[in-house]
Design a binder for this molecule. Sequence first.
Ligand code: GLU
Length: 380
Amino acid sequence: MRDTAARTSDEKIVVVKIGSSTLVDEHGQVRRDYFAALARQVRAVREAGWSPIIVSSGAIACGLPLMGLAKRPSDMPSLQAAASVGQNVLAAAYAESFAPLGIVTSQVLLTRHDTARRSAYLHARDALLALVSYRVVPVVNENDTTSVEQIRFGDNDTLSALVSCLVKADLSVIFSDVDGLYTANPATDPTARKIDSVDRIDEAMLASAGGAGSSVGTGGMITKLKAARVLMTAGIPLVICSGAEPDALPRIVAGKPVGTRFAGRAPRHEITNYKLWIALGDAAKGALSVDDGARAALVDGGKSLLCVGVTGAHGAFEAGDIVDIKDAHGHVFARGKVSASFDEVELARGHSSAQMASNRLLAPLAEKPLVHRDELVVFD
Ligand code: GLU
């Protein structure tokens, strides 16, 4: 029988991202037992008052054997074709596994296009919330078949952070092939230990996750940490744990210690939807390096970025593009919408507003901050 009880407004939303290797075996076959266990976990958390949204990988992995491919091709059209074939298989596996428990699933395929424009972002949010209100479990993936390089999210860790922010989730979970964040690579370092909770993602953590053969031994930890950084800024807690851990989801929503928990800080500065769109919805076209004074003004003072604090510009960005903002150590601590082009910033950087105002060429740039505080997301 279908579970049609209306979602009550005090129900919380949990976004669960599941990686390919958890869902699909090494031969490209869906792990039917896993899907059945997942359906039971979803039922359990619904009974506990949570509405789950699943962000599912696995389309490309499922498609390969049906196309007679033994391994992942490297050219984009073949990958797009594999995703097209495999997404069908994936959607059917969810529908067939969840239906016996009375749970309806749906398929939502997103590209960066669907979120880069604010109106499209809001439409995607409304559709997801409508599905949840009808007690449907949306299964979201990137629309790999039509996402060409420029409009790709590229990885579902980023996509799941975006979906979590979009629906203002109460909790985000990443089911991975590792059981959390480690102090070092547990495969090679016997002293490595799992970190149970993280309050702040620092530069050292990002560097260790990104370095070759470091961290937990998967190339994927860096994208998870970047997703965690945005979620923490948005005040959404994140748990990264092994997808193979039995009953992980009901235990996580019950607050039991599972994997690594990244605390959702009370946002220090107001994080509007628009700011989240800047943080996740569009790719950075370049970067600005700033001095310590500018960093303090942004992080501690909640101020806008002025040209005087900028020490360098990188990348061919135009006015209105999204850029990363780096401190003197090269650590990206913020992201925002820049009001001048690369060429203009190169001319104006290091100049005070008064100096700019008295310079015929730079005067128009003195009228507004380089990155306005309303269009700026500070991660630290
Ligand atoms: N969208 C890809 C797929 O379904 C997976 C991307 C990822 O796991 O990060 O195959």
